[in-house]
Design a protein around this ligand. Structure first.
Ligand SMILES: O=P(O)(O)OC[C@H]1O[C@H](O)[C@H](O)[C@@H](O)[C@@H]1O
Length: 537
């Protein structure tokens, strides 16, 4: 069954939502709370170690009902089945979308072209496990017989952001190996990393699904050349491994065939950290922790697949986001993790969300006349409170925000955790209630200053309160957003799994690169011609 192909704006529920929006868009959430003492309970989902409170949103029970009707009208249930059953729902690239198969248990069955891919997935997991153990235990050694101390992940986009974010998020669980990430084609990036390395004790993991990416191949070659200044060609087999679908090109690069970790075209780059693309995660935190990450994601997959939409976390978050994006015309969403460990989380989500749903053509190839993908941004709390929160509180823009927090801290410092959590709770309360003129006056503010101290409030937030940051809960959290992306793509009737929008810039960059060796280039617009000349000068 292909994905449904329904223009959301032609559904009955969309029309109901539009009418309903016109009626309620000025309602203050403060009044909704005052009217219904059960509101928080009605709009909270408790699942495993997740407590998701979506009551601080500009929704009523009626809104929620229409949003759920929308999910039904666009055939979301069937779309979920199509994805999990290995249909080629990435139609524009002719591929299935099965990152969920990567975290499925051994006895699960996921079919691509009639073949169950789970045994193959588990073979690669086995390889990741034994390789990780050999490196971490020091059984596998470098070319001078020393155990490895450092791992460098060379990749970009999905071959960098996922592993880098997870390694950062799970820093608490890290072993003795130091992990580095080289991504940018900016030579200063790779050179800064090289400065810190000893070739005798460093393992290089070259990650590229296609093995054609300019940045990754340039960085891998620079590192290989640097390595060969102290080692012979024969030592490459001990120090370089690769993760790719393009085995021939990896071999041509000179990587030993036993050092290749395969992946598959039914895994999108931005959904690939669960595959061998996550090798640097496994090396950094050990295979068991990597496996727990996958177990967490699998639990979220099961929840997403089987839970009623009204208590289905990814579905509910996706519907609320559509409500703001398409009816309130909110352009962006903030993701604020109240954990310093999550400092790369928004950056990671930017690729997942914006590369997937940044589309303006529907599934028939026609231009769309409604809004699609949201802008995603964020930084951890409490730091961001002292940076951009002013604009969320008192600016003119509506910025719905996800607040992600953890009940327990990892180091167990109660004083800090209480302070962190009080901020976490206080911010969503402040965003909800704001502060009225009367309240400001009561505080004794000078009359001339009163308008500046008023907060309108009524700023929507979701609170995602998780028991503790563990590999498993992180796996659930990431998978939650992956499914949210999928649901929104289904509603917007777009293809979420291609990314043709990144190609044009790449093509033009290759052309300009050639032109650096040609004099008097004048075939661009006058701005580009001038800039080119300025660089060559
Ligand atoms: O893993 P690779 O094939 O090297 O691709 C790396 C990245 O580059 C591309 O330009 C895509 O936009 C990304 O989705 C992808 O993750």
């Amino acid at each position: 069954m292909p994905l449904p192909n329904i223009n959301p704006t032609t559904t009955n529920s969309w029309e109901k939502l539009q009418e309903h929006f016109n009626k309620i868009n000025n309602i203050h959430m403060k009044d909704l709370f005052a009217q219904d003492s059960e509101r928080a309970n009605k709009f909270t989902i408790k699942w495993d170690d997740f407590y998701v409170d979506f009551s601080k949103n500009r929704i009523t029970e009626e809104t929620f009902r229409y949003l759920l009707e929308l999910a039904d009208e666009v055939n979301l249930k069937e779309a979920i089945q199509s994805q999990f059953s290995g249909e080629k729902i990435n139609k524009t690239e002719g591929r299935a979308v099965l990152h969920t198969a990567l975290r499925a248990p051994k006895d699960a069955k996921f079919y691509v072209d009639g073949v169950n891919v789970v045994p193959e997935v588990h073979q690669v997991k086995q390889k990741i496990q034994s390789f990780t153990n050999e490196i971490v235990n020091g059984d596998r050694k470098g070319f001078t017989g020393k155990p490895f101390t450092d791992v460098v992940n060379i990749g970009i986009g999905g071959s960098d952001l996922g592993p880098a974010m997870v390694v950062e998020s799970l820093q608490y669980y890290k072993n003795h190996l130091t992990t580095h990430f080289v991504s940018n084609v900016d030579g200063d990036h790779v050179n800064e990393v090289i400065k810190k390395l000893n070739p005798e004790t460093t393992l290089f993991v070259v990650v590229s699904k296609t093995f054609t990416t300019q940045e990754t191949l340039s960085n891998a070659n620079t590192i290989k050349n640097w390595f060969l200044q102290s080692a012979t060609e024969g030592a490459i087999a001990k120090h370089f491994v690769a993760v790719s679908t393009n085995i021939d090109s990896v071999k041509k690069f000179g990587i030993d065939v036993n050092n290749i970790f395969p992946m598959w075209d039914w895994v999108g780059g931005r959904f690939s950290l669960w595959s061998a693309v996550g090798l640097s995660i496994s090396l950094a935190v050990g295979y068991n922790n990597f496996d727990s990450l996958l177990t967490g994601a699998n639990k979220m997959d099961e929840h997403f697949k089987s839970e009623d939409f009204k208590s289905n976390i990814p579905v509910v978050l996706a519907l609320i986001s559509v409500w703001y994006n398409n009816f309130f015309k909110a352009e962006s969403e903030a993701v604020i993790g109240y954990s310093q460990y999550l400092n790369q989380f928004a950056t990671y989500l930017q690729q997942g969300i914006m590369e997937s749903n940044g589309k303006s053509v529907d599934r028939n190839g026609n231009p769309i006349d409604y809004e699609t993908g949201t802008l995603i941004w964020g930084e951890p709390g409490t730091n961001s409170q002292h940076a951009f929160f002013q604009l969320i509180h008192q600016g003119t823009k509506l910025i719905p925000a996800d607040f992600i927090g953890f009940v327990k801290s990892l180091h167990g410092n109660k004083d800090h955790q209480d302070k962190l959590t009080s901020n976490f709770l206080a911010q969503t309360e402040a965003l909800l209630n704001g502060k009225t003129k009367d309240e400001v006056v009561l505080e004794g503010a000078d009359e001339s200053i009163v308008p500046f101290k008023v907060f309108k409030g009524n700023k929507p937030t979701n609170t995602i309160f998780i028991n503790k940051l563990t590999p498993e809960s992180l796996g659930k959290l990431i998978a939650m957003y992956e499914h949210k992306i999928f649901v929104q793509g289904v509603i917007w009737n777009i293809f979420s799994y291609d990314q043709f929008g990144v190609e044009l810039g790449k093509q033009l960059a290759n052309k300009i690169l050639q032109e650096f060796n040609i004099s008097n280039v004048n075939n661009h617009d006058s701005s580009t011609n001038n800039l080119l000349k300025h660089y060559k000068k």
